[in-house]
Design a protein around this ligand. Sequence first.
Ligand SMILES: [Fe+2]
Length: 167
Amino acid sequence: MASEKLLKELNDQFNFELLSGYYYMAMAAYCESEDLSGFANFFIVQAQEEYTHAMKFFDFINDMGGRVTTQAMEEPKNDYDSLVETFEVALDHEKLVTSKINKLMDLAREENNYPSISFLQWFIDEQLEEENSMETILIKLKRMDGNFQGIYMLDKELAARTLEPIE
Ligand SMILES: [Fe+2]
């Protein structure tokens, strides 16, 4: 079992993971409007991944005897000036997610809630990967400085991304 406070924070994170997926779907839509279907695919797969993250929270909250509730979602940013901007926003968003996961871990530790500590460790590791993947693409795009050939090559590379099964 977990405290009411911890269960509430876990439920907030469940909702935030869904919101993250919604953000990435908006980015996918922008990329598609720019005829960059590989970049769009990257963000669609990212949105699918966020859904799997949300479901991990869904299952865990239920396992801990909590009650999952859904919340209203804010409208994501739909308009971007450039690919660079989408990845800047994506990286900032992942940093925000990391800070939320870290706070959850702090709370789980304060309460000596070992199942939650174990559960959240997976997300701590995952966030390092998430930030790295957004940052790597952002660095590449900045180096390309709008070079169409480079963007085209990266678009082809990102078209191959598929959803990896999570344990
Ligand atoms: Fe996530």
